[in-house]
Design a protein around this ligand. Structure first.
Ligand code: PLP
Ligand code: COI
Length: 330
């Protein structure tokens, strides 16, 4: 299978914000857009995006997972970046329309159709370093995908980094600049200790990795950072916590320090995992901090992580009842 996110459907759907209103969404070829070289996004990073998935059920039906949450998060990101306000109902319809058009290209499980709504500031005005773009483009790309982590469910190695992923007030914005600011630490961690990901822990506070949220599972308790503006409020995180509550687990959304994490991680039976649309729920086997390696529990992932991942997939793939109303049929 091709690398995650490198294959696209031939068309995408796009709307332009111009003269204070959104244009009628239209289908266009995916391979190019026309942008002025002075476009706001290219200079001042007025860009945000979403990642959600559509799944094929055994009866052939195609379902999008928690679309309302992702659309609401894009609206919030757009607002925090001072981009034009998106029309949530219009975006939901754009997503359903493009997925329906390419329904035949949605892979069978364990594959899915990754959906990438993107909103960028297009006003050609290089003087607007401290002013918003009054024009923008909103488009929805589709990419049939398999596993994000090439090793499948192989437990990950995480390097704990004592710095922030991005500016503290921007963490909850799903914006390109946040990914750019995390790149150097991630590349260094790969080269130095063959880490798969960096777990950002500014001032000893366990936050998230470059592309997923972090969860610690200790017996019947699941622990993860409480929502604040410093990190991305993952839809998968919310889904996994809901499924954990459904199973009678104790969900603790609170601060988790590096010291507590390293201490608890080494106990037999402890598990850790990354949650995200692309990552789904991927076990973490090793934590690396200050030159030392700490095995998480058995180091091989654990049964609770596997069960929660399965419970999520079963809903997404139509094998379990969608009790929370998370799926929308296209
Ligand atoms: N944190 C970051 C930085 C991410 O890029 C992602 C992926 O989208 C997540 C967390 C998880 O978010 P979600 O579960 O909504 O995909
Ligand atoms: C996602 O899980 O949707 C992400 O954004 C992660 C990544 C592919 C950047």
């Amino acid at each position: 299978m091709a690398a995650f996110g490198t294959v696209f459907t031939p068309e995408m759907i796009i709307s332009h914000f111009h003269n204070n209103s959104w244009s009628q969404p239209e289908l266009v070829a995916t391979d190019s857009i026309s942008l002025h070289p002075g476009a706001h996004v290219l200079h001042y990073s007025s860009t945000c995006f979403e990642g959600l998935k559509a799944f094929r059920h055994a009866d052939g039906g195609i379902y999008v997972f928690r679309m309302d949450k992702n659309v609401a998060r894009l609206a919030q990101s757009s607002q925090l970046l001072a981009l034009p306000q998106i029309d949530g109902a219009m975006l939901q319809q754009m997503i359903l329309d493009i997925v329906k058009r390419y329904a035949a290209d949605v892979p069978n499980p364990p594959g899915s159709m990754y959906i990438r709504p993107t909103h960028i500031g297009t006003e050609a005005s290089i003087g607007k370093a401290a002013a918003p773009s009054l024009e923008s483009m909103l488009y929805v790309l589709l990419s049939p995908v398999g596993d994000y982590f090439a090793g499948g469910a192989k437990p990950l190695r995480l390097l704990l980094e004592d710095s922030a992923r991005c500016a503290a007030h921007m963490g909850m914005v799903k914006s390109g600049g946040n990914y750019a600011s995390a790149l150097q630490p991630i590349m260094k961690a790969r080269a130095a200790v063959q880490a798969d990901q960096v777990l950002f822990c500014p001032n000893g506070d366990v936050q998230e990795t470059g592309a997923a949220n972090f969860l610690l599972i200790d017996g019947n308790e699941i622990i993860t950072k409480a929502l604040d503006s410093s990190f991305l409020h993952g839809v998968t995180r919310d889904s996994i916590l809901t499924l954990a509550r459904d199973r009678g687990m104790k969900v603790s959304e609170r601060e988790l320090t590096v010291d507590e994490l390293l201490e608890r991680a080494q106990k037999p039976g402890t598990e850790a995992a990354l949650s995200g649309t692309a990552a789904v729920l991927t076990p973490v086997g090793t934590l690396i901090h200050a030159g030392k390696e700490y095995q998480v529990g058995s180091g091989q992932g654990g049964t609770t992580t596997a069960a929660l991942r399965q419970a999520l997939n079963d809903i997404q793939w139509g094998k379990a009842e969608d009790k929370h109303g998370w799926l929308v049929k296209v």
